[in-house]
Design a protein around this ligand. Structure first.
Ligand code: SAH
Ligand code: MG
Length: 216
């Protein structure tokens, strides 16, 4: 049976600001619960305001592990002022820069999940470079340039336990479906081509792969 979140968690997720559609969120949750069985942390790249983090945090709580979430909190290219995904409420009036950290903190607090999450505030490759312990899930939902997506893949997949799950969001095989580009699709193809992954599920733009081999 596929694990589903309790109604309060689902309500907190649906009320949170962010980009994860509910049906993809449910698939992510199921993957996170399954990956939790390894007894290892569950890692997300791309916290934003904590919408998907709620799901990983609740799955981590159930498994007695910790969710880790990485973001510099300054927003992706397409979230900057003037771009389609910009939300003016995310701009810090003092610096004039995006800062999604305060909203993220409120989101987790409201959901009652603060104790199950470690927020890593920084650039994903820089955090990955100093990271040195295995994780049961890598969820890639960060920057959409090839540079960012490849760095997320190269930085975090080496820490993914064998048998662990790699989830990738915003995988669009048809370039007409998404103007932020196909870098997530390309790392999905890269993972399959490596021979080290087997596809577990596809829910619209969310792909879940299992690490079945050692390479990346
Ligand atoms: N998971 C979120 C959406 C993430 S949006 C949700 O469910 O709503 C993508 C996030 O990735 C943005 O907050 C942006 O700041 C972050 N990001 C982009 N490139 C990054 C990088 N190189 N390092 C850290 N965070 C990055
Ligand atoms: Mg996304």
């Amino acid at each position: 049976m596929t694990a589903a979140p309790e109604p309060e968690i689902l309500a907190a997720f649906e009320a949170a600001k962010g980009f994860m559609p509910p049906h993809e969120g449910l698939a992510l949750y199921a993957a996170a619960v399954e990956a939790g069985r390894f007894g290892l942390p569950l890692l997300e790249v791309g916290t934003y305001c904590g919408r998907s983090t709620i799901l990983l945090a609740d799955a981590a709580r159930r498994a007695g592990v910790t969710a880790l979430t990485v973001d510099h909190h300054r927003g992706s290219e397409e979230q900057q002022p003037g771009w389609d995904y910009h939300d003016p409420a995310t701009v810090d009036p003092e610096t004039g820069l995006m800062d999604t950290l305060p909203t993220f903190r409120r989101t987790l607090h409201r959901a009652g999940l603060e104790d199950h999450v470690i927020a890593l505030v920084g650039r994903s490759p820089q955090v990955a470079a100093v990271w040195n312990s295995p994780v049961g899930l890598v969820f890639v939902d960060g920057g959409h340039t090839d540079e960012h997506a490849n760095a997320d893949y190269e930085g975090w997949v080496p820490h993914l336990a064998e048998g662990g799950l790699l989830a990738i969001h915003d995988v669009f095989p048809d370039p007409r479906d998404e103007f932020t580009g196909q870098a997530p699709y390309r790392i999905y193809l890269r993972a399959l081509a490596s021979g080290a992954f087997t596809e577990v599920s596809a829910t619209d733009s969310l792909r879940v792969l299992r690490r079945t081999g050692a390479g990346i």
